[in-house]
Design a protein around this ligand. Structure first.
Ligand code: ZN
Length: 481
């Protein structure tokens, strides 16, 4: 085992303030982040998620923003999550490299990087599964499965609440409700692991707009849904209401990557030429719908979309799950533009603030109808406003009717055009008027018909679903004791 360790962690003993491309240990990881913070103290913050891994390793995040630690209106929040499978390690090192690069370029007065950090709050979690990484590294960095799971042998990307089952059931029943579904969850299929709980609390406490999870074993950007509607294990395209937008997000990464979208590259699974051809995702632009590849339940990607306002895709970064340290720098060069291009996608579509005379309206609902074609197409996935009444709605170029609503107010609809090649989301603010100022006597008018869309208005209060999550988590914790 000792000789394997030497092999995996070659050049480990070379210490330098400069960033070195190698596999960083769980002990080195926070040192690297603190070092970056020391060099860029005004635009970074290092923090740990609410609970550590099974073995007690903290899950560290580095945040980039011109006001670290605070959400700001009109500023979308983005996250990258690496190393969710412990033996898939490239994302972990790419995120450390990205953190170093953002700090360095900011100091070098790189105009694009400065603009990105001034307009975006970026969170990087290099390793969600440090225990799996440790096991994989200690056993030679070669096995296809050892170290994939956490220290309880649980696959973290199967451990999130299965909200797909809820949304598919609502579809079957014709119930038009397809967002913030955690409060509709009645039971968990399996106990939540500490790493899953920590990430769930993170996902639900920060108003993320855009996210990507990093894996290895193939080269493709995979988008929701990951779970098939019929239960078919493979080859069933499972479109979400935001299928157009998700495909565009995945393509933004794939097309900016060195060869993810190349039709002429070799596929990863090269047993024979026919099989190799069938697995080359480059022939479909380097992207795939999750369930069209293979179906999985309890994934993090679908959970983001169905529990919160965040849109997440899954990046498979290469055929080799544990590439040797010697290729890490080359992999960085191959991924750098894609990593940046993807973050910029948080600035597409529309954003704005919903307010009334008194101030911001939190938890207002933004619903959208695509009116680009001859037949209007409602996108049945609403987003909600954050603490400053601010919302972010990722959309593909086209024409849309956008409605802001909240119980107790008249809804307001506006038509907007989303242009091509955006570097900033189109700003669309809404001023709502309370129904009570129009109808003082409730009894004369009965229940207000205003403010309703497709039946009863739904109330999305962050406090409600946080409460639900907390109750659920606490119940599980006490059940385990
Ligand atoms: Zn994976």
């Amino acid at each position: 085992m000792a000789s394997y360790l030497v092999l995996c962690l070659a050049f480990l003993l070379t210490t330098s303030a400069e960033f070195v491309w190698r596999h960083h240990t769980n002990e080195q990881l926070p040192v690297i982040l603190e070092d970056i913070h020391a060099r860029c103290p005004n635009i970074t913050r290092v923090y740990a998620l609410t609970e550590p891994s099974v073995n007690g390793v903290p899950l560290y995040v580095i945040e980039f923003s011109d006001n670290p630690g605070f959400h700001q209106p009109y500023k979308p929040e983005v996250k990258y999550v690496g190393n969710i499978h412990g033996n898939e390690v490239l994302g972990r090192e790419l995120l450390l490299g990205l953190a170093h690069y953002l700090c360095e370029q900011y100091q070098n007065r790189d105009r694009k990087i400065r603009s990105l950090i001034h307009s975006t709050r970026i969170h990087l979690l290099p390793s969600m599964n440090p225990d799996g990484w440790q096991l994989s590294t200690e056993t030679g960095c070669v096995d296809y499965l050892i170290g994939r799971t956490n220290n309880h042998s649980v696959d973290l990307n199967r451990n999130f609440p299965d909200l797909d089952a809820i949304t598919f059931e609502f579809e079957r029943q014709g119930i038009n409700h397809n967002n913030h579904l955690l409060k509709d969850l009645t039971r968990l299929a399996a106990p939540l692991e500490p790493e899953t709980r920590a990430v769930m609390r993170w996902i639900m406490s920060v108003p993320f707009v855009l996210s990507a999870a990093m894996h290895g074993g193939d080269l493709v950007a995979n988008y929701p849904y990951d779970e098939s509607r019929s239960g078919a294990p493979v080859s069933e395209y499972s479109a979400s209401p935001d299928d157009d937008t998700f495909r565009e997000l995945a393509m933004a990464y794939a097309s900016a990557h060195a060869d993810m979208a190349s039709a002429t590259r070799r596929g990863c699974h090269t047993g024979n030429s026919e099989e190799a051809a069938s697995y080359n995702f480059g022939k479909q632009g380097g992207v795939t719908n999750g369930a069209a590849w293979y179906s999985l339940k309890g994934g993090m990607q679908d959970f983001n979309y169905l529990a919160t306002n965040a849109f997440e895709v899954t990046l498979e970064l290469g055929c080799d799950k544990y590439p040797p340290a010697s290729v890490l720098q080359q992999e960085w060069e191959r991924n750098r533009e894609a990593l940046l291009a993807y973050i910029w996608k948080a600035h597409t579509g529309i954003k704005g603030i919903v307010s009334d005379d008194a101030g911001f309206i939190q938890n207002a609902v933004i619903s959208v109808v695509n009116i680009t074609g001859p037949v209007p197409r409602p996108i049945r996935h609403d987003v909600t406003t954050a603490a400053y009444g601010d919302y972010y709605r990722l959309l593909t170029p086209g024409h849309y009717e956008v409605t802001a609503s909240h119980p107790g107010y008249f809804p307001v609809s506006r038509v907007v055009t989303v242009p091509r090649h955006q570097t900033a989301a189109h700003v669309l603010n809404f001023q709502l008027e309370p129904t009570t100022s129009w109808f003082d006597d409730e009894t004369s008018f009965g229940i207000y018909p205003h403010g309703l869309r497709d039946g009863q208005p739904r109330i999305y209060k962050r406090s409600i679903y946080e409460q639900v999550a907390k109750t659920m988590l606490d119940r599980k914790e006490s059940a385990k004791q």
